[in-house]
Design a binder for this molecule. Structure first.
Ligand code: AMP
Ligand code: MN
Ligand code: MN
Length: 327
């Protein structure tokens, strides 16, 4: 049955008409950026520049070390140029709401917002919302736009796009790796995407500090629900002990999820004065719905939220939310 209340995505043609009409753009990525939010924005930005448009990149956080191989990352910053035209289009990539861009984002008029995303529960916060929840990455949403724009995809753009796919499919391992995704990836490699570099930078470039931190988090892991639920945490003290920083925490939750018999893994990241929770599911429990109960969001199998309060409270609130979703 068609859900008449579900918001409808703008058509590719409508979005492309808007992209052609505007002359200046700001590509916006989310806080704690990953290869999808940044790669999608860079790919679209590079393509728009090829069409003679003016493009800036807004990102509150610095570009993570392992994403600096993508073209144009040297232009990514939280500064907004003073002479930016008033009718610049702000293109939010890979986020369900504008708050995910962080508090440094200037106040924007809705008519200047394009929301390009693939998250379930996207809040359609733009004037135009290109939200394709069946896509594996925001980058593949951008691919549809580039095709309709008829802008040639060069090797730099192809590398950004393949980065979005490899990031959000976990290197072609997650269930969103469909035959179509593999076909698109093959096409990007033919266009010159540097798969070797992406693999090296994103999956094989771990700092020893990150592996030490993983070891600490595994030591602290708690298994519950007859092995179906596993959770752990990292805090400021553990980061300091290992000489690690926030970027070194990204992969830990996936290791927890890979434990035999686990249906849901949770990692509580308690540092820099906040608690961010990463949730991963092996496919039975909808962790997007669980995160949404606590103000977060994401996808069926990968979601996150920020909890205000103490770690103990976060642990029990997340467990309650997961139980409400059938854990
Ligand atoms: P992470 O665990 O940080 O890799 O995030 C997994 C997924 O959850 C990503 O798709 C994020 O966009 C989403 N997500 C993470 N944190 C939040 C949050 N605070 N609010 C909404 N979505 C989030
Ligand atoms: Mn993302
Ligand atoms: Mn994504």
């Amino acid at each position: 049955m068609i859900d008449a209340s579900a918001p409808v995505s703008a058509t590719t043609e409508r979005v492309v008409a808007e992209l052609r009409k505007r002359s200046a753009f700001v590509m916006v990525s989310h806080v704690k950026p990953d290869g999808d939010t940044l790669g999608a924005g860079l790919a679209l930005g590079l393509a728009l520049k090829r069409l003679g448009k003016r493009v800036h990149y807004f990102q509150q956080d610095p570009v993570p070390r392992n994403l600096r191989f993508m073209a144009d990352t040297q232009y990514v910053s939280r500064e907004i140029p003073a002479d930016l035209p008033e009718d610049a289009l702000w293109v939010f990539c890979d986020m369900s709401n504008a708050a995910r861009a962080g508090e440094f984002l200037p106040k924007l008029e809705r008519k200047n917002i394009l929301d390009v995303d693939h998250h379930l529960g996207n809040e359609h916060f733009g004037e135009l919302n290109y939200v394709l929840t069946g896509e594996c990455s925001t980058g593949t949403c951008v691919m549809h736009l580039l095709r309709a724009l008829e802008v040639p995809v060069d090797a730099d753009i192809a590398t950004c796009l393949l980065t979005t796919i490899m990031t959000d499919t976990g290197g072609f391992m997650h269930s969103n790796t469909t035959p179509e995704v593999l076909q698109l990836s093959a096409e990007l490699m033919r266009l010159g995407a540097n798969k070797e570099e992406i693999t090296q930078e994103i999956f094989a470039n771990k700092r020893l500090a990150a592996l030490k931190l993983l070891g600490r988090a595994l030591d602290e892991a708690t298994v519950e629900q007859d092995g179906r639920y596993i959770w752990s945490y990292v805090d400021d003290a553990m980061l300091a002990q290992c000489g690690a920083d926030g970027e070194d925490t990204e992969e830990i939750v996936n290791h927890l999820r890979s434990v035999e018999g686990v249906e849901v893994a949770a990692l509580f990241k308690h540092f820099d004065g906040e608690i961010r929770v990463s949730l991963r599911s092996s496919g039975r429990i909808n962790v997007q719905a669980a995160a949404a109960r606590l103000g977060g969001g994401g996808h069926f199998r990968a979601s996150g939220l920020t909890y205000v309060g103490a770690l103990r409270g976060a642990v029990s609130a997340v467990e309650e939310a997961l139980k409400a979703e059938g854990l």
